[in-house]
Write a protein that binds this ligand. Structure first.
Ligand code: PFF
Length: 472
């Protein structure tokens, strides 16, 4: 713990870094396809409610905990409770989740890089839908390609985090995030000129309940944790580099609004393109990697738009990946006294290794099919099982993040002393009046909502007949 702890250079730098963490594959890859699968409209409305009532209060709680303690999560829980407190377990879990999520996140980010490369060198233009579909299958099954891009992506992430808070993470966010917004707006402007824009707009905003099930409602809630980077201490860690006068309420609102705006705009970019070429938005995870290249191949200007889109996706993934790595790195720096270089290299290389099974999930029988058979025996995923990659995603997103988020909410709302909590919330903000609303949401609404996610995940709601799965 020697030496002065790092801090952000500016308020804007923090906002861009936190928004960079939040805006990622979750917004541009995952949100559009789950919205498509759940029929748009009403799902979007429920998602917005989850962000406002569950996500936003937890984000404020995380940044509050980080800023108040100037510590990464494990130390933060210790400082606000007592040494050896069981609450520290939430911090520990965050470090483990960072390893898990980044290990497969980097594989998908690698796909985005591969697609950037193909769209720049070979282009999708003139290719048939079958050829483009085969490109994705070939990538998914290729051990060599997956390992190559996974390694390259991790190397870049490591290099940035090694640069430290100001000269690594903040600088990179200040360059990548504005570029990302600009690229998104260029693509939006294009999407607005296509025939499918009107249809996409009403698909997204007309409250259509056709395909929505209660499972979809819970998916919206689970996704609100992932998309805002909550439940594993990423925002505690970023908050810990804030000065005590910074306004955490305004910052949390700004980051949540930016994150939501990017997710919605991503849909307004992707759906019109999909509709224009007569395809459906319910294509699942292949939406971005199969349907979109197919659409670009058929559209005027597609040869230019495709690389722009995949660069955007890569940048979004990179600024999220650095926050995941920073959670693990900050633990070793703060708690074990390691140098940043040692912590970054050790964590980064370990994550690279942990990600190998995910990178091989599509190609080897063991991490794909046989692992799937094994997990199906355990009746995971309704007995269908998972490959390694999906298994990590399932465990981290559906279980560990909501458990962490619940723990953080309960800790901030019930365990932290009233005085410390109120002063911490109000310091530096003009939104002091929201204090009791925040506490109320953390105390009651967040726990009830998370409990529902769990009851659904273990099938209790099915047994009670509350959920129906006909949309999936
Ligand atoms: N929020 C990121 C996304 O939407 O892609 C994913 C993520 C990043 C989750 C950082 C958790 C985290 F700590």
């Amino acid at each position: 713990m020697a030496g002065q702890r790092a801090q952000w250079g500016s308020r804007l730098g923090f906002i861009l870094a936190a928004a960079g963490s939040a805006v990622g594959l979750g917004n541009i890859w995952k949100f559009p396809y789950i919205t498509g699968e759940n029929g748009g409209g009403l799902f979007v409305l429920i998602y917005l409610a989850c962000i406002a009532l569950v996500g936003l209060p937890i984000m404020m709680a995380e940044i509050f905990i980080g800023r108040a303690t100037q510590s990464s999560p494990v130390g933060a829980f210790r400082k606000l409770s007592k040494p050896r407190s069981p609450w520290m377990g939430i911090g520990w879990m965050g470090v483990v989740v960072a390893f898990i999520i980044l290990s497969y996140y980097s594989v998908v980010a690698g796909w985005a890089m591969h697609y950037t490369w193909i769209s720049l060198t070979d282009s999708f233009t003139g290719k048939s839908p079958e050829e483009i579909g085969n490109t994705f299958t070939a990538l998914f099954e290729s051990a060599k390609l997956n390992l190559f891009w996974h390694t390259l992506f991790m190397a870049i992430t490591i290099a940035i985090v090694m640069g430290g808070i100001r000269r690594g993470i903040e600088l990179c966010s200040k360059i990548l995030m504005p570029t990302l917004f600009l690229l998104l707006l260029i693509l939006l402007a294009y999407a607005m000129t296509t025939d499918g824009f009107g249809k996409a707009f009403s698909f997204l905003f007309a409250p259509n309940a056709d395909k929505l099930t209660s499972a979809g409602v819970l998916e919206a809630l689970g996704h609100s944790f992932f998309t805002l980077s909550l439940g594993m201490g990423a925002m505690i860690t970023y908050g810990s580099y804030l000065k005590s006068k910074d306004d955490i309420v305004a910052a949390s609102i700004t980051v949540s609004v930016l994150d939501t705006a990017v997710a919605l705009i991503a849909c307004l970019v992707l759906f019109p393109i999909i509709f224009t070429v007569g395809r459906e938005p319910s294509a699942g995870p292949g939406l971005v990697f199969v349907s979109i290249p197919i659409a670009f191949a058929q559209m005027p200007g597609g040869a230019i738009l495709a690389p722009l889109f995949f660069i955007l996706l890569t940048f979004a993934a990179l600024t999220s990946a650095i926050s995941l790595l920073e959670v693990a790195v900050s633990y070793f720096i703060d708690e074990r006294g390691w140098s940043r270089a040692k912590a970054t290299l050790t964590c980064g290389i370990s994550i690279l290794v942990v990600g190998i099974p995910s990178a091989l999930s599509g190609g080897t029988k063991f991490f794909g099919e046989q692992f799937q058979t094994l997990t199906s025996y355990l009746r995971i995923n309704d007995g269908e099982g998972f490959n390694w990659f999906d298994f990590f995603d399932y465990v981290a997103t559906n279980w560990m993040l909501p458990i962490g988020g619940l723990g953080i909410a309960l800790f901030a709302a019930w365990r932290v002393g009233n005085k410390a909590r109120e002063e911490g919330f109000k310091a530096g903000t003009r939104f002091g009046k929201l204090y009791w609303g925040w506490v109320f949401l953390l105390r009651y609404i967040v726990p009830i909502a998370v409990l529902l996610v769990f009851l659904n995940a273990i099938g209790v709601l099915d047994i009670l007949g509350v959920t129906s799965d006909d949309a999936n």
